[in-house]
Structure formats: C-alpha cells, structure tokens
Design a protein around this ligand. Structure first.
Ligand code: IPE
Ligand code: IPE
Ligand code: MG
Length: 234
C-alpha cells in the first residue's frame, strides 16, 4: 500500500490487549506491554511512510491509574524509554502529548515538555501520545477555560461555537479523527477522543495489540478506503 489517496489524514489507535496477549503465553501482563511498545514502533514508522499526517495513540487513560501500582510503574518505565528513543530521532516526527502531564513523575514530565518543544517545528508528521488522557477530562478542561474567558469578559456565552471548544482541546490544531482502530476485540471508545470522533470511522479487530503489525495496518487502511463518509449529507 503506497497510494496516499483516501488514507485518513488523522488516524487514532486504541492499542488494547497487551495483558491478555501475555497471559495467553503464561507471562506477566507487563511482558505484554513491552511487546506492545515494539508493535508501536513499526506501526508508527509505516504511518509516516504512507503519508498519514497525524497519528494519535492511546497509551494510558485517566482510568488506567486504577491498575496495580506495579503495572503502572512498568508502564511509566516503558514511556520513559520510548521518550528517550523519540528524542534520539527528533528529526522525524513532531511529538505532542494529550492529557494532563502534571500527574506524571517530574523526570518524565520534563522529558515530555522538552520533546514537545524540540519537535514543534516539524509539520509533516505528528504523533499525538494520549497519556493520562480522557475525553471527558479534556471537555471539562475546555469548559473551565472558556468559563474563565467569559468571567474575564473576553467572550460572551452566545459567541461560544464549536470552534471555540475545538480550540481548547489537547489536539488543537489537529483536525478531527478520520479513522479509529481498536485491537483486542473490544468495541468501545473507553474515553478516547470523544469530541474528535463525532464522525470517525471505526475498525475493530480481534488481533491483540502486540500482534498488530504493518500487515494488519494495511488491512485496516484498505478497509478505510472503501468506506463512504457522508457527514450527514447524501
Ligand atoms: C492496553 O492493553 C495497554 C494499556 C491500557 C496501557 P491492556 O493492558 O489494556 O491489555 P488487556 O486489555 O488487559 O489485555
Ligand atoms: C483503553 O484500554 C486505554 C488504552 C488502550 C490505553 P483499556 O483496557 O483501559 O479499556 P477498558 O477498560 O477495557 O475499557
Ligand atoms: Mg485493555
């Protein structure tokens, strides 16, 4: 697949199934997360090669803090390593984090901020990493920001439009999400891009995230090229 026509401009991926993948192999869940990080590298590289502009990866939700401390800590270590790698290949992708960074350990948070700063001039390929991200949290923050502007008298309630809200989202100025892939057989959003998915196409596969590679990505994108998007029209 190297035809850039009809590919999504913005692809979202809910990388699910790491734990079950590992369990099936008699291994701890964290083994699955390590394998999942490998899958992530090849899928992102292929998206870049294909000319997809934005890839949003759901890496850690606002609800994932409920997991055992040991699992959360392994995930933080994996993020840390992934960020070091991303820093080493800075020429390739713009990195943006979606979510409240203040929840992360200082070391990780400053790496996140540095990466965003150092990659901000790259505009042909953007990786948006949703970490401590929740679609509801994002909308609450937007509501607060707009309310604060209204209190200051910078905006009046009847001036609030869809664009006013879109501008306060973590993803701004990225466009809404065209296509959302979820692995592992679950068919739900789990608080991923709620606003940005209003007209997304969805693709669900039983493949567990660590087994999702370039071949599976091509299958998913082939399917997208056959979808008829109408956006309420005819
Ligand atoms: C997705 O895999 C990764 C994260 C949520 C961090 P899971 O860890 O949810 O794996 P399953 O769904 O339990 O198999
Ligand atoms: C969604 O997966 C979050 C990520 C993939 C990071 P979960 O495994 O947390 O979702 P639920 O709990 O099955 O809905
Ligand atoms: Mg899961």
């Amino acid at each position: 697949m190297d035809n850039q026509n009809n590919l999504p401009l913005h692809l979202g991926i809910i990388m699910d199934g790491n734990g079950r993948w590992a369990k099936k192999r008699g291994m701890p869940r964290t083994f699955g997360h390590k394998a999942g990080a490998e899958a992530l590298r090849s899928v992102v590289d292929e998206c870049r090669r294909l000319g997809i502009r934005y890839v949003t990866l759901y890496a850690f939700s606002t609800e994932n803090w409920k997991r055992p401390a040991e699992e959360v800590s392994v995930l933080m270590d994996l993020f840390d390593r992934y960020l070091d790698e991303a820093a080493a290949r800075l020429d390739k992708s713009r990195i943006v984090f979606l979510g409240d960074k203040s929840a992360f350990p200082d070391r990780l948070r400053s790496k996140m901020e540095q990466l965003e700063l150092d990659s901000r001039d790259i505009d042909d390929f953007t990786i948006m990493l949703a970490m401590n991200y929740g679609g509801r949290d994002e909308l609450v923050r937007a509501a607060r920001a707009i309310a604060a502007k209204a209190v200051r008298g910078d905006i009046s309630p009847d001036e609030i439009s869809e664009d006013t809200i879109a501008r306060e989202l973590y993803t701004y100025p990225a466009v809404e999400c065209d296509y959302i892939i979820r692995t592992s057989g679950e068919q739900r959003l789990s608080n991923f891009l709620m606003w940005q998915s209003a007209y997304s196409e969805f693709y669900f596969t039983d493949v567990m995230w660590p087994d999702f590679g370039v071949k599976q990505l091509h299958e998913a994108l082939d399917e997208y090229t056959h979808r008829k998007r109408r956006f309420g029209g005819i």
